[in-house]
Design a protein around this ligand. Sequence first.
Ligand code: NAD
Ligand code: UDP
Ligand code: UDP
Length: 343
Amino acid sequence: RVITTINAQPGVVKQFPPTEKLLTTQQKRILVTGGAGFVGSHLVDRLMRQGHIVYALDNFFTGRKENVEAWIGHPNFELIHHDVVNPYMIEVDQIYNLACPASPPHYQYNPVKTIKTSVEGTLNMLGLAKRTKARVLLTSTSEVYGDPEVHPQSETYHGRVSITGPRACYDEGKRVAETMMYAYKKQDGVDIRVARIFNTFGENMHPDDGRVVSNFIIQALQGKDITIYGDGKQTRSFQYVEDLVSGLVKLMNSDYDGPVNLGNPDEYTIREFAEMIVQMVGTKSKIVHLPSTQDDPSRRKPDISLAKRVLGWEPKVHVRTGLERTIEYFRHELERTGKFSPI
Ligand code: NAD
Ligand code: UDP
Ligand code: UDP
């Protein structure tokens, strides 16, 4: 179903991406907090294409209107400027609670606000879910495992998180958010889902996001030094955003309400990852080492047997394929914003 509408510019007709036509009984009203962010915008796109009514709520701390530009003006879509630390009233069937900065430089910029966003934000979304009887999904994180002694990490591992270090505002915020989800389920029968997301990358990441994938790609595209923090022997396992979105939607619509890891077990040292990006971009950039950051987890890899079993989900996109698309996206972004200096 293709819908067109009159754009803000007089005489210009905007054509939206096609959406499924759902029966009224199948069409859900869905709130996505953090809907203008990296993951949120891809989720909004998927849910809109499926034919649902989508409310993207965001305070635009790290999110951008451009990320959901394609849907602005569509009759099924609404973009709401709101901060989740403040109560919010709306009538919905499902809530995906993503609002929270996810990149270390952004979540450490104002640690108190990061804690409030996870704690008060999740509390408000749980209050909303309780009142409306909506199902609510929290995007928790592999960071709840901290610097793990167990490898790979499965949902039964309780983690090793610093209580006071620079990452604690994010890690502990998410841990208490998970605890609140289970407390509201127990006490008030709120219908909850919890995803523990491992490192994810793809289009719509902010060029100044500060996480490793965007940093390395932009440095490579600009011919600048590739900055490895520490010796580069630490590992991460990288998932392409399309796979994550499939997992989130499957989890939301499944019967399983325990925490579920969503990630790609394809594990790389940061050094290997830097070399792969240098080779893929074909850059002359040098790889340099900067001091390591405090409490940087030394390794991370999801055990996804639970997701396979209860959701029938596993990642389908190879890291290299995802990286090719992401490199193209950043090349285009740098050209668009005039920051591209050809190598
Ligand atoms: P992001 O920073 O691109 O998106 C977060 C969004 O939330 C942004 O649009 C931001 O403006 C919004 N936001 C932040 N604070 C808010 C507030 N107080 N009120 C309303 N909106 C607010 O990050 P992302 O990678 O898209 O992450 C989305 C979610 O997934 C986060 O909850 C994050 O913790 C989780 N997650 C992501 C990853 C990953 O690798 N991308 C890994 C684990 C968990
Ligand atoms: N809340 C909200 N939207 C709603 C319902 C509740 O933002 O539609 C908020 C509410 O303001 C409160 C939080 O969610 O801060 C938790 O709500 P709950 O009903 O559990 O707690 P109470 O209001 O009784 O303290
Ligand atoms: N990292 C790096 N250089 C960068 C950005 C990150 O070496 O420019 C490292 C970082 O120290 C960590 C890994 O890459 O070991 C992943 O960092 P990111 O910030 O992407 O996510 P994290 O998993 O640490 O939350």
